[in-house]
Design a protein around this ligand. Structure first.
Ligand code: AMP
Length: 368
């Protein structure tokens, strides 16, 4: 989508941009941090990674890394003092850590955005105000299970309220009789039950919002999962104009309501009758947006850097059709074969041990 200047009444942030030559702090050291750091370097910035993990994919391409726990005040303070702006590649940063850093340095996206993204009940409540979701109900104890199942019907999926990803922390139940066992298995005191959606497919949209409220979104991606992990994302997505328009409306509305600065990815279920139901959001670069690295005038990583540094946003139009495929586990050893195709753009994350299901890289197959 071309740039669409925002007309929100958001108070404009008129502080000067963070200029090239400055240091950007990134919370999290995974592949998303690595690709943010590479995009930042291209624009003349240096990145400082803060991560609890040794040998992180982002560290090997960044100017500096602090390896420390999220609750180490000394390390956080020293980190904040050395950077000009902070962003993140991982939404489950403890909120205390974010609050502590925000008192010292500008952090994008802000606490309310993370708070919503970390908590499925808050997230669903947020979206239910202006978009459709699957039927859902909160569950705090086994006493809530039957009522929740009346709201959602069966089959349904019981999901932990926090810290679920790639299908982890969720159990599908076929009948109400299976609920008690699923609840015991999850070992949580806060979950949601969600009606199972017999969808036509899954799509996602990515939107960037600058410090001044300017927004830019990319074309919808059509996502196929394998073993609960994203396998491919394709653009253009095989969806109607109605679906596209509704996805855009929801993305713009969400970014505005969250007063977002940075990136927001929204995942949807697309039904057979052309409705879209919001599944979840991530306020950071997203795996389904990796196609933008080779298929768009401005990719998601550069755009994130532009947004958090207060620079003008880049043009997000698509240059060609792309299918992004994740490279998981030992498939990484197929790199010689992948490179035989001159239109296959290979991105590897420099991870040493290819465990099954581990994201080792991705390929953007460009349509010539
Ligand atoms: P999530 O962790 O909520 O993103 O779920 C991971 C994947 O599980 C989704 O991408 C879907 O493929 C599937 N899934 C999650 N929730 C539902 C649902 N309510 N109905 C059908 N499939 C679902």
């Amino acid at each position: 989508m071309p740039l669409t200047p925002s007309t929100t009444a958001r108070e404009r942030d008129n502080t000067p941009p963070v200029p090239p030559g400055s240091v950007i702090g990134i919370l999290g050291g995974g592949q998303l941090g690595r690709m943010l750091s590479l995009a930042a370097a291209r624009m003349g910035y240096a990145c400082h990674i803060y991560t609890p993990d040794h040998d992180s994919p982002a560290s090997t391409v960044s100017a500096k890394t602090t390896v420390a726990p999220w609750d180490s005040r000394d390390h956080l303070a020293a980190f904040a003092d050395q950077v000009d702006v902070i962003t993140l590649e991982f939404e489950n940063i403890p909120l205390d850590c974010l609050d502590f850093l925000s008192q010292r340095t500008r952090v994008h996206p802000s606490r309310p955005v993370l708070e919503t993204a970390q908590d499925r009940i808050k997230e669903k409540t947020f979206f239910s105000a202006f978009a459709q979701t699957a039927p859902w109900a909160p569950v705090f104890s086994d006493n809530d299970l039957m009522h929740a199942a009346e709201v959602t019907g069966t089959p349904a999926i019981l999901k932990t309220n926090r810290l679920g990803y790639d299908g982890k922390g969720q159990i599908r139940v076929e009948t109400q009789a299976e609920l008690a066992k699923a609840w015991d298995t999850l070992k949580t005191d806060c979950a949601i039950l969600e009606g199972f959606v017999a969808f036509r497919g899954e799509a996602s949209i990515l939107i960037a919002r600058g410090r001044n409220g300017e927004t830019a979104s990319w074309d919808l991606a059509w996502n196929e999962h394998r073993n609960h992990i994203l396998d491919t994302s394709s653009v253009p997505a095989p969806v109607s104009e109605i679906v596209t328009a509704e996805a855009l409306r929801i993305a713009h509305e969400a970014a505005k309501r969250l007063d977002l600065t940075g990136l927001l990815a929204l995942e949807f279920f697309v039904t057979h009758d052309d409705r879209i139901l919001v599944n979840e959001m991530a306020p950071r670069p997203h795996n389904s947006g990796h196609w933008t690295m080779d298929g768009s005038y401005t990719d998601q990583f550069e755009q994130a850097i532009r947004a958090v540094c207060g620079l003008p946003l880049g043009d997000t139009r698509r240059r060609c059709a792309v299918t992004m495929k994740n490279v998981l586990g030992h498939d990484v050893t197929n790199w010689p074969m992948i490179l035989e195709n001159p239109l296959a753009r290979l991105h590897l994350y420099g991870k040493a041990s290819p465990r099954p299901g581990r994201k080792m890289g991705h390929i953007n197959f460009l349509e010539g």
